[in-house]
Write a protein that binds this ligand. Structure first.
Ligand SMILES: Nc1ncnc2c1ncn2[C@@H]1O[C@H](COP(=O)(O)OP(=O)(O)OP(=O)(O)O)[C@@H](O)[C@H]1O
Ligand SMILES: [Mg+2]
Length: 481
């Protein structure tokens, strides 16, 4: 607990590159260029040898020829993804094989370089791949976590969350009641699980009850159980949640939504460690730890006579307050990385890179739904994205719009303009092309191919809207290309 999550490769991994080409002269040329720029380099004479080397050493980057005997570049890429090796692949391709390279990009290659190789282009691609790698590596190394059991993790590196983790750690060693406060989606249930699964009760049950979701007439029997015939419809004896949580933890979610009658009974369990099922005269001893949660203003409810003050003090022995996500933006990068890993596993996908524009949009959004909303935004990215990158374009539209609005110097003019149909269409077209170019590093041929726009149309629109492909990362973004 409170540990730093360690990357599999250790902290000081060198950025080593595997150069794969059956043409020896070309391979040597690339190798010596990279060595002269300070990279650690290894080589393989075809795809098969490369696959063997990658299995033994986690090269962050492989530069691969497309056409090779035994295993082609595309086959090597598929092999890497199937085995979930972390190697990023960039392809070296003759112009004649450009279709294969585009296909490889769709399947998750990082980029491609056309032969004859321009040194500057090669170095730029390598630098870009290294930057993306360093970013992910940094995120992986810097996310302290709590393990709430069942393979879940509670991630946070902001000073606010570090403080929460310290309190949680203390709470795992005592048996007091806990009250977890925070807005919707801030992780209240996750923190409750973290306390339970790191406490001596971890082998006992964790039972969650949402007090707001149970009708007033049923809540007592739900919590404390009932005898057969206790009320109309009670045709069988039933045990309550307090009994099913014996030797474990009972999580009372939305405690602020309980009625005064239920509050009295809860107070009694907390004080006397005993309860009586509905319709019974027999008292049952309770060995349950209670963790309650709410997003309501309990202090105000007490003033208004809606929440019992004595229950509040009983629960509030050790309060935990979870700040909203916008109050701890330092956590966003770590959470994004955490959710990328999570969905890579759940969706069997392999997203390895998050673009800086996407991260910045996520870091600046106001997140009214907090971490749950961030989690959904990343999952949205997984659904729309078939490559191995999450980019600004893969974010949900409402986040993209909010980001653009925040960066637009002419907010009102733009909105008024958009009310005109023709102008609206034009502004969409322009935005679409800018995003498509950004996604494809400003390269015209690739953008036309991937966004499915005839190249001539694309060139015409670029001129019409006065877009500069170079601004979007293109080093060969030449209108004449
Ligand atoms: N620090 C965190 N690290 C990783 N995942 C988190 C973290 N906090 C929350 N989550 C995830 O965000 C989602 C929402 O968390 P949770 O259900 O615990 O919030 P909550 O405060 O109980 O929300 P609500 O008030 O709506 O019930 C869950 O999927 C949870 O796993
Ligand atoms: Mg909850």
């Amino acid at each position: 607990m409170g540990l730093n999550k360690l990357s599999v490769f250790g902290v000081n991994q060198v950025y080593s590159i595997l150069v794969v080409d059956d043409e020896e002269a070309l391979r040597k040329q690339v190798v010596s260029l990279l060595i002269s720029h300070g990279y650690q380099v290894d080589e393989a004479c075809d795809g098969m040898e490369a696959a063997q080397k990658i299995a033994q050493h986690p090269y962050p980057l492989a530069l691969c020829d497309v056409r090779m005997p035994r295993l082609t570049g595309l086959e090597l890429l598929r092999h890497i993804r199937e085995h979930e090796f972390s190697t990023t692949v960039a392809l070296i391709t003759a112009h004649a094989n450009i279709k294969d390279a585009v296909e490889a990009m769709r399947e998750g290659a990082f980029d491609y370089i056309e032969k004859p190789i321009k040194e500057a282009t090669l170095l730029e691609i390598v630098a870009k791949a290294k930057k993306a790698h360093d970013m992910i590596e940094k995120l992986t190394l810097s996310a302290p976590m709590l393990t709430p059991g069942e393979g879940r993790e509670c991630v946070g590196q902001s000073k606010e969350m570090k403080r929460v983790f310290q309190v949680v750690e203390k709470l795992t060693r005592v048996n007091t009641s806990v009250l977890v406060r925070g807005e919707n989606g801030t992780g209240k249930e996750l923190v409750a699980r973290a306390i339970h699964f790191n406490s001596p009760r971890k082998d006992g049950p964790f039972v969650a009850v949402n007090c707001a979701a149970i009708p007033e007439t049923l809540i007592e029997s739900e919590l404390f159980g009932h005898e057969k015939g206790a009320f109309t419809g009670a045709d069988q004896r039933q045990i309550g949640k307090f009994q099913s949580a014996a030797k474990g933890t009972l999580f009372l979610d939305e405690i602020g939504d309980t009625s005064p009658a239920t509050q009295v009974k809860l107070l009694r369990v907390l004080q006397e460690h005993a309860f009586t099922p509905v319709g019974s005269s027999r008292e049952i001893k309770s060995d349950v730890r209670i963790i309650a949660a709410t997003n309501r203003d309990l202090e105000k409810m007490i003033r208004e006579g809606k929440f019992r003050e004595d229950l509040y003090y009983r629960l509030n022995v050790m309060p935990i307050f979870l700040p909203s996500l916008k109050e701890r933006r330092d956590d966003i990068a770590g959470l994004v990385n955490h959710f990328i890993e999570k969905f890579n596993q759940e969706h069997g996908q392999r997203i390895t890179t998050l673009s800086p524009e996407a991260l910045s949009a996520l870091e600046n959004f106001h997140w009214p739904g907090n971490i749950r909303e961030l989690e959904n935004a990343i999952e949205h990215g997984f659904v729309v994205e078939s490559s191995s990158f999450l980019t600004f374009a893969s974010l949900p539209d409402y986040i993209k719009r909010a980001t653009r609005r925040a960066h637009s110097p002419h907010k009102t003019t733009l909105q008024v303009e958009a009310l005109d149909w023709e102008r609206g269409k034009e502004s969409f077209e322009r935005e679409f092309i800018v995003q498509a170019l950004k996604k494809n590093s400003g390269r015209i041929n690739l953008t036309a191919e991937i966004a499915n726009i005839p190249k001539n149309t694309l060139l015409r629109k670029i001129k019409k809207y006065n877009i500069n492909p170079r601004e979007h990362g293109g080093w060969e973004g030449n209108l004449e290309s």
